[in-house]
Structures are given as structure tokens and as C-alpha cells.
Design a protein around this ligand. Structure first.
Ligand code: APR
Length: 276
């Protein structure tokens, strides 16, 4: 069982991270499954991860879909998804970490979020500038022109499967990126563009093992940018990070928001004092 997180033992790391955030004008974040752990959704790797317990799933999901998309849809509409992971996703709510990250966007610190999570919790917490690089389970996507629709805005004609795009006649599938499926080019391009504009990079709750998503913090480091890592367990990035806070994001991020707000308030006070 993981020990309770002792914030005061890492107060120096918090101060460094808050300084970096408060002086940043374009922070880009890469988030992973760890951010939703405190919302009751298991991670994939690490302690208690789905793959750690059950082993990796078959990696030919997309091949199976591509061989007969109509059959894939028929099965999906008949069976739906009732496994434990799907139920955890259904019952999940944003946690304090999601809300704090949205607040960092609100106060103009975080400019962009690249998330590997398909659970829609960032959006529900109010985050707006997002790339869901592995898709969103409540959306659909055309595999040709990459148009996307929220599921509730798209009526599937069960007599004409697979559903096709009314713009390019391409096949429509769930927006979630399957194992073996290429990441949509739109998501790759935007993630690369945002990373290129960043002046600070932060990773939260990711093992940083899955590419191409794990490439973005590396690109930031190669550009000489500072890197903040938030993860209770070490990752390949921990040694490379400017500062690493080994705690749960649901506790670390709200504490960081508090420290950043104090710094911004001091800056405003100082400026007002100088102008008087
Ligand atoms: N707060 C922050 N981080 C946490 C927390 C927490 N409360 N709990 C666990 N973690 C960390 C773990 O230590 C681990 O390093 O979150 C990380 C989760 O890693 P993974 O399970 O590998 O998730 P992720 O990095 O998002 O995986 C990438 O792999 O399986 C595919 O498509 C799937 O999007 C996923 C991708």
C-alpha cells in the first residue's frame, strides 16, 4: 500500500515548481492515466495498473476493426462495454487535480494540455485548450478526414453499418485510438506545434513510456526547456526533470495553484506599488 503523501517533505520542490509556473507564459502539459486514478479509474502500468495485473491486451484491435468495420459496429451496438474499466469510466467524476489544472489554464499559466486519457474528465473540469491524443470515448471520428462528433450528436443507422462520414464518405469509428491504429495527424500536428511554442513543460501522471506522446517532453528538454514532473513513482523522465514532485496529482496540483496565485498576487502588488 502506497504511503500517505507528505507535502512538507518536498516543500523545496514545490517552491521551485511554483516559481517556474508563475514566470511561464506558455506552459504545455502532458497528462496520463495517473491523473484519473483519484477518480477511481485504474492506471495501466505501475502499482495496481490494469496491464500490471492482467497483462497487455491484444495489440491487433485496429486490424480486427479494419478487416470488417461493419461487424465491429454490430458487435459494439449489441454488446456495448460492461467490463470493470468501462464501469469505472462511466462512474468517474473529475478530481481536485483536474480542477486545479483547469484553474492554471484560467489564470493564464497553462496554455495547452495534451492528454492521453480518453475519459473526458479534463473537459468536465473546465479545461478548454486540449488535445486528446488517444481520443475521447464519448466522441466518434472519421478515419479518412478526421472529423469528430460527440456521440450524442450523431445518430447511427443500425441498418447501414459501418456509419460513414457525410463529408468524405470515410468510415466512422469510436474516437478512441485502438492498439495498432495510427494517431490522427491533426492531433500529432497540434501537439508538435504547441510543444514548439512552450517555455515550460509539465508531465502529470504518465509513465512516459508510450510514443508518440512521450516524445513531447523529450523535445522540450532537447530545446533546453525546464521540465516539471508530477508522479508518485519514478519514470524515465525523473532524472531529467528540473523538478520532480513524487505525489498524487489530486493533492500536488491544488497546492501548486495556491503557491502560484500567491506569487502572481505579489507581482501585481509590487507593480502597483512601483506605479504609485
Ligand atoms: N497522481 C499522479 N500520477 C499517478 C497517480 C496519481 N494519483 N497514481 C499513479 N500515478 C502514475 C503511475 O506512477 C504511473 O507512472 O501514473 C502513471 C500511469 O502510467 P500508465 O498507466 O502507463 O499511463 P499512461 O502513461 O497514461 O499510459 C499511456 O498507454 O496503455 C496505453 O492508451 C493507454 O493512454 C495510455 C498510454
Amino acid at each position: 500500500m502506497a504511503e500517505a503523501f507528505n507535502r512538507s517533505a518536498h516543500s523545496a520542490a514545490f517552491e521551485v515548481a511554483a516559481d517556474l509556473l508563475a514566470s511561464s507564459t506558455h506552459t504545455v502539459v502532458l497528462a496520463g492515466a495517473g491523473m484519473s486514478k483519484e477518480s477511481g479509474i485504474p492506471t495501466f502500468r505501475g502499482e495496481g495498473g490494469l496491464w500490471t495485473i492482467n497483462g497487455e491486451p491484444p495489440l491487433n484491435q485496429y486490424d480486427t476493426f479494419s478487416q470488417d468495420p461493419g461487424l465491429w459496429w454490430q458487435r459494439r451496438l449489441e454488446q456495448g462495454r460492461s467490463d470493470a474499466f468501462a464501469q469505472a469510466l462511466e462512474q468517474s467524476e473529475p478530481n481536485d487535480g483536474h480542477r486545479a489544472l483547469a484553474e492554471l489554464e484560467d489564470i493564464g499559466i497553462v496554455s495547452h494540455l495534451i492528454t492521453q486519457n480518453i475519459d473526458d474528465l479534463h473537459r468536465r473540469a473546465g479545461q478548454t485548450s486540449i488535445i486528446e491524443i488517444h481520443g475521447n470515448r464519448y466522441w466518434l471520428r472519421c478515419i479518412s478526414c478526421e472529423r469528430r462528433w460527440p456521440c450524442q450528436e450523431y445518430i447511427i443507422d443500425e441498418t447501414a453499418l459501418p456509419p460513414t462520414c457525410d463529408h468524405c464518405s470515410g468510415v466512422i469509428k469510436s474516437d478512441t485510438v485502438m492498439f495498432g491504429e495510427p494517431i490522427p495527424s491533426t492531433a500529432l500536428r497540434r501537439s508538435g506545434d504547441e510543444t514548439a511554442q512552450a517555455d515550460l513543460f509539465m508531465t502529470i501522471g504518465t509513465s512516459a513510456l508510450v510514443y508518440p506522446a512521450a516524445q513531447y517532453p523529450i523535445e522540450a528538454l532537447q530545446r533546453g526547456l525546464p521540465l516539471i514532473e508530477i508522479n508518485p513513482e519514478p519514470t524515465p523522465l525523473t532524472e531529467l526533470a528540473t523538478v520532480a514532485i513524487p505525489g498524487p496529482s489530486g493533492q500536488v496540483l491544488p497546492a501548486l495553484v495556491e503557491l502560484v496565485r500567491k506569487r502572481l498576487a505579489n507581482t501585481v502588488a509590487r507593480k502597483n506599488y512601483q506605479e504609485d
